[in-house]
Design a protein around this ligand. Structure first.
Ligand code: CMC
Length: 437
């Protein structure tokens, strides 16, 4: 393949060495970042598919929401750097930005916050739905089930072709997710469900529903609420990652938004994706002591051992994860606020980070700590149980999922997602009756 022209109307020339034929493929330019080769007509013209398991070289859609430069460690929401949003903005404003494309005015922000606040309660019958789960169910299992079940409770917002329905469903999902998450936790403890309170911010409300009981109101620390808000901001969107692509693929068939987000939650659960924050803590517990770090580093480098250093590496970031840098700083603030000076887990994590960053294996493969490496430590310090870590990721990512889902439905070139394959199985053969096998 070769690039035959530059700028507008640029094309790639593809030559099929089997028959000497050449094909011109259009190149589409990005506003920033790599261009893409438009292969939509490739199969019709060449009778060949492209092959890219894991989509390492494939753009699956056009999007205006989030931009990542993996080499420079840049993450932009609607063009604005994540560091600026983490420092100056808040999660509600970020939700508005992701959904509508622009920062809100003060009046728009107030209206948006009020609308989200008024959707935080769950249909009362959902409380009975929770009771169908075992008490020891993983809260991500509860999240998948309850979020999927929302489509059975909110029929009036499932017409995906109606923009108003789509927006109501989006608001409902963003608003109800913390309530569902906190109730999943309360259910595991056997404590009564705590209802949302309208005077609290999004992050405060979540902490209130997690930790208040009917006997005692939980006083939310502003520093912890701010840290939680920042964590939500950092996780709000991340372009076409596995769970977002799952939401888009599920939605491409016309499935309702609650079902699509439930599919996204299932994809997020895996330890290679959102489940990594929980896996980091489990790994640190398993390592136990600084003296054991070399053994685990050796395991991570051993090709015959499936063990990986959790919280290290990223498909796109090959220099640093900008979210991890903000999270690292937040981590120290939270520990200071809580008066935790000597946190053995943090010491262990810092030592692991130091050793891994100096090791040739990690340096050569550009494996750096990612956002999940630090988020787990902050959550632990805040008293959030380990099994709830990925749930919090899901709460934060919901706005990204719904923004991407809305963008997909509005895209005039949208089609059902239907990848093809390289078939390497049997060619046609006859059925053999059971007595002849
Ligand atoms: N520990 C040890 N080796 C690793 C690790 C790791 N954490 N991550 C990648 N490698 C090695 C891998 O074995 C391969 O080596 P080689 O070239 O010798 O075969 C090389 O690095 C490239 O890895 P890859 O699997 O081809 O990379 P990928 O882009 O497919 O995977 C990843 C990215 C994030 C799934 C992977 O780095 C990983 O499993 N990390 C641990 C889980 C984790 O922390 N996930 C959270 C990601 S950030 C939050 C999110 O977006 O969900």
């Amino acid at each position: 393949m070769s690039d035959t022209s530059q700028g507008k109307n640029a094309t790639f020339t593809l030559t099929d060495n089997r028959n000497g034929k050449s094909y011109e493929l259009p190149v589409m330019d990005a506003s920033v970042g790599p261009s893409v080769i438009d292969v939509r007509k490739l199969y019709a013209e060449t009778d060949c598919f492209t092959y890219d398991p894991g989509f390492t070289s494939t753009g699956s859609c056009e999007s205006k929401i989030t931009y990542i430069d993996g080499d420079l460690g840049v993450l932009l929401y609607r063009g604005i750097p994540i560091q600026e949003l983490a420092e100056h903005s808040d999660f509600m404003e970020v939700c508005y930005l992701l959904l509508y494309g622009e920062l809100p005015t003060a009046a728009q922000k107030k209206k948006f916050e009020t609308s989200i606040t008024y959707h935080t309660m769950l249909h009362e019958q959902l409380a009975y739905f929770f009771r169908g789960f075992r008490r020891d169910a993983h809260p991500m299992a509860v999240m998948c089930g309850v979020v999927g079940a929302l489509s059975a409770f909110y029929h009036d917002s499932t017409d995906i072709n109606d923009p108003h329905h789509r927006m109501i469903a989006s608001y409902r999902l963003i608003a109800k997710m913390p309530t569902i998450a906190a109730w999943a936790y309360k259910y595991s403890l056997g404590q009564p469900f705590i209802y949302p309170r309208n005077e609290l911010s999004y992050a405060e409300n979540f902490l209130h529903m997690m930790y208040s009981t009917p006997c005692e109101e939980y006083r939310v620390s502003p520093v912890l609420a701010r840290a939680m808000d920042r964590i939500l901001t950092l996780h709000a969107d991340h372009e076409q990652n596995a769970s977002t692509s799952t939401v888009r693929l599920a939605g491409s068939s016309g499935a309702n938004p609650f079902a699509c987000i439930s599919a996204g939650i299932a994809s997020l659960w895996g330890p290679a994706h959102g489940g990594a924050n929980e896996a980091v803590l489990n790994m640190l517990a398993e390592i136990g002591h600084k003296d054991n770090i070399p053994t685990f580093i050796k395991k991570a480098k051993d090709k015959d051992d499936p063990f990986r250093l959790m919280g290290f590496g990223h498909r796109v970031y090959k220099n640093m994860d900008p979210r991890a840098n903000v999270m690292r700083q937040s981590c120290h603030e939270v520990l200071a606020e809580l008066g935790i000076e000597d946190e053995p887990l943090l010491d262990l994590a810092m030592e692991l980070e130091r050793i891994a960053l100096e090791d040739d294996y990690f340096v050569q493969r550009k494996l750096f700590p990612n956002v999940d490496f630090y988020s787990g430590i902050i959550f632990k310090a805040m008293g959030i149980p380990t099994s709830m870590f990925t749930v919090l990721f899901a709460v934060a990512r919901t706005v990204g999922w719904v923004a991407q889902w809305n963008e997909m439905i509005e895209d005039p070139s949208q089609k059902i997602g239907r990848p093809r394959q390289l078939y390497t199985g049997y060619t046609e053969r006859s059925y053999v009756p059971i007595d002849k096998r």
